[in-house]
Design a protein. Structure first.
Lengths: 204, 629
């Protein structure tokens, strides 16, 4: 749930990048952090081990400034994708306002993507949220691998696997060079802020 | 006209919403866009600038619905560094720091910072990895604290114990746990900056209460209830099993080897990443590295976790369940690695890359050779070769490592010709460098393993198989007790207290506390503690005794099913010598034994912690000798 301080007219939204291990969630945040102007974003906080993968989460605060008298801040989180960190994923999802599901195109990860999305749905339900109702966009990452000999899934295949019932916005991306990263971020940010404003009747 | 009024209000609201949405869209479109383009290395996550600044024109695609951006190809090879950073071999082979009597302040501060960082991570959530890091930091600090700071060492032991229990039963962790842990960390930091250890007693009490609360959430509700005899042997709180030291060392070595393998693969990954032709190789190597990383994590967790004794074959001490599972899992991973390498091998063969084909095939075969001995080591039990449980047969394990060293030697021999070949051929400089690195890594591994094997083989446990003659026993008399079903010898001058009545046990509750506050032995406030003890402990000043905490000593070996029967007469003892001590509950009172000439003394060259200092042997009989000094 977004943190709203009506006295200060402050809205803080929480967007979580979710997905299977190694799909590129942290890379998305690293890219955003490095590519954005330092005035508009805070420090990227990564709680992990030396050189290892995300152990708990990454957190990147973004400042949207004042809109209609509200000071809007967005916090981007990731979850650890590895199977063993189920408890952490649940915890990070607490109070989530928007989600980016990052999918890995590698054929060998096809099942992991599906499992991860199913896990997301279950974890959200534990927080009383239906996956269909929360702002969510799907990012098909690592599209650069399509042009290589590595067996990958097409966007249609990925969409059939992950988005047949959800019908959410989809983005192709190459997080390592930034393709699709900001498009994804902008869309989820818009959806999330609008939903938060609507949900809390902030516009009177 | 109320309807009209409502409609106007609705219209106003809709306009407001639409206006807000437009503003949001505008703000997000204006702000959430890249100011510069960067490229992230997929392997190392290193960020490199590709273009200095982006012109402030609007973004290529504003949004969204079905508007999929066309993927761009990655920057060409020019942006990728020619040579990957070579693994720091010097760091990899650096020996572990030895115990120092006087820790350097900077060293202690660094370690405390590391500890605090681990604590903050744990404060967020308790995970096995977090616990392992925290405990590793504690172990490092413990190694450099001089033994005279018994309170500080007690805090460290308690912190370790608390975190260990938090890991095994996170659902029992009370919300106050983080705060209590923090107090411990702060106390250690105070100690580091010479602020003293006044707060130690309070911290220790808090930590003890926390340990009890985690071990038995109901204990605080009914503190007057004394646990029934033997309660700590059955049910959820089974006694801890200590992994045999030699086995731990070998597994630690294995962990190091996995790390080195990962370091070896990383440069290859970068190398293959420079050309799209090698995408498949890149992907396969990446998968191998990922699986190795997962395996490393699992093995590290298994090594750092504690194990509970489970009833087992009375004549054997099999591996703890968790550890066995970790090794099984490692075998599975090795098989997966083999399966991953097989297609590369076949591809190399088809494309006529004979040398590459040969190397990949050799690697696969080497993996196969590792799997077999691991399987054997896993299925083999560490059985008793004599009357003492301590004398485990590690011959098979030593043989396994010896074979592994041979395997590594063969690998080195295979790599050398390739290295030379690539070295002589122009255009293959990078491949030459990669092969060279592999060879060096293998040689480092081989050296490390050889050193470890020599060291392990020199211990009495290992020597047991080769019947090395021992020395004359330095003591004429020893005290014999049964501890966790195992007969052990204690040094008479170290026995400071022995209570067979059970009164002391009731007062101190040694089953629940990792540290005993010995002043609780006082029947009356004016009782003199010194008079209750013998030896060095009886000579200590009253104030010191009043503040003294004795850690609980852990038995050498786990309770097996055969030994799990209730002991005859449970006896609480304190051992104390040269400022170091501990408490333990023995199965029976101590009995004096005159050491006959036939007993031969086999001291441990590097004693295990501060307990097992060696073995006495007479024929088939072997008696572990313990000392706290």
């Amino acid at each position: 749930m977004a943190l709203i301080d009506l006295g200060k007219k402050e809205i803080q939204c929480k967007i979580v990048y979710y997905g299977a291990g190694r799909c590129g969630k942290t890379t998305n945040l690293i890219y955003i952090h490095h590519a954005m102007s330092p005035e508009d974003r805070g420090n990227l906080l990564t709680i992990d081990t030396k050189g290892d993968r995300t152990l708990f989460f990454d957190l990147l605060p973004l400042n949207l400034g004042s809109v209609s008298g509200f000071d809007i801040r967005i916090q981007l989180y990731t979850v650890p994708g590895q199977i063993m960190y189920e408890a952490t994923r649940k915890l990070v999802l607490k109070g989530v306002d928007g989600l980016v599901f990052v999918a890995d195109p590698l054929k060998v990860r096809q099942e992991r993507n599906k499992e991860s999305l199913a896990g997301l749905s279950e974890n959200l339900l534990e927080h009383g949220i239906k996956i269909e109702e929360i702002p969510l966009v799907i990012q098909y990452n690592k599209r650069d691998l399509v042009e290589t000999s590595v067996p990958t899934l097409t966007v249609d295949e990925l969409s059939a696997d992950l988005n047949t019932t959800l019908h959410k916005e989809e983005f192709e991306a190459i997080a390592t060079n930034g393709t699709g990263v900001f498009e994804t971020l902008r869309e989820i940010s818009k959806q999330t802020v609008k939903q938060v404003a609507l949900k809390h009747r902030l516009l009177g | 006209m109320p309807n009209l009024g409502k409609t106007t209000a609705q219209q106003q609201s809709n306009t407001k919403e639409s206006d807000f949405n437009d503003k949001i869209d505008e703000a997000i479109d204006n702000l959430f866009k890249p100011q510069r383009t960067v490229e992230i290395d997929p392997v190392t996550s290193e960020v490199k600038d590709t273009i200095e600044e982006i012109s402030p024109e609007p973004d290529k695609s504003t949004t969204t619905s079905g508007n999929r951006p066309k993927p761009q190809n990655k920057k060409e090879n020019a942006d990728i560094p020619a040579q990957p950073g070579s693994p720091d071999i010097a760091t990899a082979v650096r020996p572990q720091s030895n115990v120092e009597e006087n820790p350097k302040p900077s060293q202690l501060n660094d370690l405390l910072n590391e500890l605090e960082q681990s604590f903050l991570t744990l404060d967020w959530e308790v995970t096995e990895r977090g616990v392992a890091n925290f405990r590793n930091s504690l172990a490092k600090i413990k190694n450099i604290i001089p033994p005279r700071h018994i309170n500080v060492l007690s805090v460290i032991s308690l912190l370790d114990s608390v975190v260990e229990k938090m890991s095994s039963a996170p659902e029992k962790v009370p919300p106050s746990a983080a705060k209590t842990l923090q107090k411990g960390v702060v106390m250690l930091k105070d100690f580091a900056i010479d602020k003293g250890t006044e707060s130690a007693a309070a911290v220790i009490n808090d930590l003890q209460e926390l340990t009890t609360a985690i071990a038995n959430p109901g204990i605080n509700k009914a503190p007057e209830e004394e646990p029934a005899f033997g309660d700590d042997l059955v049910g959820a709180d089974l006694p801890e099993v200590r992994i045999p030291l030699e086995l731990t060392n070998l597994l630690n070595l294995h962990l190091t080897i996995i790390s080195q393998c990962i370091n070896r693969i990383l440069p290859l990954e970068k190398l293959f990443g420079q050309n799209h032709l090698y995408d498949k190789f890149l992907n396969d190597h990446r998968n191998v590295r990922q699986t190795l990383e997962e395996e490393k994590e699992r093995l590290a967790t298994a090594l750092n976790a504690s194990y509970n004794a489970t009833p087992s074959d009375p004549d054997s001490l099999s591996l703890p369940t968790g550890l066995a599972a970790a090794i099984k899992s490692h075998i599975t991973i090795l098989r997966e690695c083999q399966e991953t390498i097989l297609p590369i091998e076949q591809l190399a063969q088809k494309k006529g890359a004979n040398k590459l084909y040969k190397v990949e095939r050799e690697i696969r075969q080497q993996l196969e050779q590792q799997i077999t001995p691991l399987n054997k080591a896993l299925t083999g039990t560490y059985h008793n070769t004599s009357t003492s449980n301590a004398s485990c047969d590690f011959t098979k394990l030593f043989k396994t490592v010896e074979d592994h060293i041979d395997g590594l030697t063969k690998c080195v021999k295979q790599v050398i010709p390739l290295e030379n070949l690539f070295g002589k051929t122009k255009g293959y400089e990078k491949l030459h460098a990669a092969q060279k690195r592999i060879r060096v890594q293998l040689e480092v591994q081989r050296k490390q393993l050889s050193t470890a094997l020599e060291s392990a083989a020199s211990t009495p446990v290992a020597r047991g198989a080769t019947d090395v003659r021992g020395e004359v026993c330095p003591w004429s008399k020893l005290l014999i007790v049964s501890w966790n079903g195992q007969k052990v010898a204690l040094l008479p001058d170290e026995l400071a207290f022995e209570d067979v009545s059970g009164r002391a046990k009731k007062r101190l509750r040694p089953q629940q506390n990792m540290t005993l506050t010995i002043r609780k032995l006082k029947t009356w406030p004016w009782s003199k503690l010194g008079a209750m003890f013998s030896g060095e402990l009886s000579t200590l000043p009253k104030a010191e005794l009043n503040n003294m905490l004795l850690p609980r000593l852990m038995p050498l070996m786990p309770v097996t099913a055969r030994d799990a029967a209730p002991p005859q007469q449970e006896t609480l003892i304190f051992l104390y010598k040269n400022g170091r001590g501990g408490s333990a509950i023995m199965d029976s009172p101590s009995q004096e034994m005159t050491v006959e000439k036939e007993w031969q003394w086999h001291p441990l060259e590097s004693p295990d912690g501060f307990m097992l200092i060696g073995f006495l042997e007479k024929g088939e009989e072997r008696l572990p000798v313990l000392s706290v000094a």
